[in-house]
Design a protein around this ligand. Structure first.
Ligand code: NAP
Length: 318
């Protein structure tokens, strides 16, 4: 009861909720299991964006808990360095890597094929790879890169792995979104920003909004797999330093550590509680609304959702 009241007080102002303050207060006042206490031996976990920041912190925890872990980043050499570090620090040699740019659909298909060839079960698929790009970039097929790598590529990967996930009891698909999506409505025609109006923060928010919407839609279609999305709060990572140097400087002491930013992700992958619900959005181990503003809530119509589904199915080539 007391922890519910405290959570509500901390959640209301964004600064206390998203910053290290939210993590500190909640982890002290709620009865959180230590993430290092989970035994993940025998669980197969695929984690994208594991070479840096939040993904790297999560990878360290999964390896230490004994999981069979497949990590992803864009470059073989960088991934190999991380694999060696994870094996050395955890003593768990069931760690491997598959390189792929999540915005390149051919590479995503190859990643899925390799994973299916190497593993006959898949307990957890985690879409964590992501970045906010100040400059507009496009993929080789002309798609805006934020949308390609954080919406279309992950959608394709999940679909390619659905059968393996369905065959694995208690499987989960987790998507790392962002509190930034609270500012963006759901839009398909305006999902990819063009050269003239491109703004990195806005583009990122639109992609992250699409992620949480698709999370709910996947859960409704595949109730035998637990789909959950989450936001990590504000976390001190190389990604934040690169994308928002001013923010990182001002917020410095208030930013969460990567391990704190990875806490709910690791918990969603490891604990039994997330298996009793589906299609939810989480922050600090609690379900949260996907809307804070009336304007984004009113944009989230069944028609737009169907349009998003049709569009992403078509562009991912499914
Ligand atoms: N830090 C925060 O405050 C914050 C807040 C809200 C949400 N998030 C989300 O949390 C996730 C991790 O962010 P972070 O802050 O930890 O960032 P980070 O330190 O920059 O790490 C990003 C990771 O994603 C990988 N990556 C980026 N683009 C990729 C692509 N196209 N294909 C494959 N891998 C790619 C990078 O790998 P390589 O460079 O090796 O390819 C790296 O491992 C992102 O989804 C981000 O949007 C972060």
């Amino acid at each position: 009861m007391l922890s519910n009241i405290i959570d509500t007080l901390v959640e209301a102002p964004i600064v206390s909720s998203f910053s290290r303050v939210g993590y500190d207060v909640r982890s002290r006042t709620e009865d959180w299991a230590d993430t290092s206490s989970y035994d993940l031996t025998g669980k197969v976990i695929m984690l994208t964006g594991a070479t840096s920041g939040i993904g790297l912190a999560a990878a360290r925890q999964f390896a230490a808990c004994g999981a069979t872990l497949i990590i992803n980043g864009r470059r073989d050499e960088k991934n190999d360095v991380v694999v060696r570090e994870l094996i050395a620090s955890s003593g768990n040699d069931r760690v491997s890597q598959i390189a792929a740019d999540m915005g390149d659909l051919d590479q995503v298909s190859s990643l899925a094929a390799q994973l299916l060839a190497d593993h006959d079960q898949l307990d957890v698929l985690i879409h964590n790879a992501g970045a906010l790009s100040a400059e507009r970039r496009v993929t080789s097929t002309g798609m805006e890169a934020t949308v390609a790598s954080q919406v279309v590529g992950p959608f394709l990967l999940t679909n390619k792995l659905l059968d393996r996930l369905s065959e694995t009891p208690g499987s989960r698909v987790l998507t790392m979104s962002s509190g930034g999506m609270y500012s963006a409505g759901l839009s398909v025609s305006r999902l990819e920003m063009n050269e003239a109006d491109y703004n990195g923060t806005e583009q990122y928010a639109r992609a992250k909004r699409a992620q949480v919407t698709l999370n709910e839609m996947m859960a409704a279609r595949h109730p035998n797999i637990a789909f959950h999305a989450l936001h990590p709060g504000w976390v001190d990572t190389p990604g934040v330093d690169d994308a928002l140097p001013g923010f990182a400087k001002v917020m410095g002491p208030l930013l969460r550590t990567p391990a704190q930013g990875a806490d709910t992700l690791v918990w969603l992958a490891s604990d039994d509680e997330p298996l009793s619900s589906n299609g939810k959005f989480w922050h600090d181990r609690r379900q949260r609304s996907i809307h804070k503003l009336p304007s984004t809530r009113s944009s989230d119509t069944p028609e737009r959702r169907n349009k998003l589904w049709d569009w992403v199915t078509e562009v991912s080539g499914l």
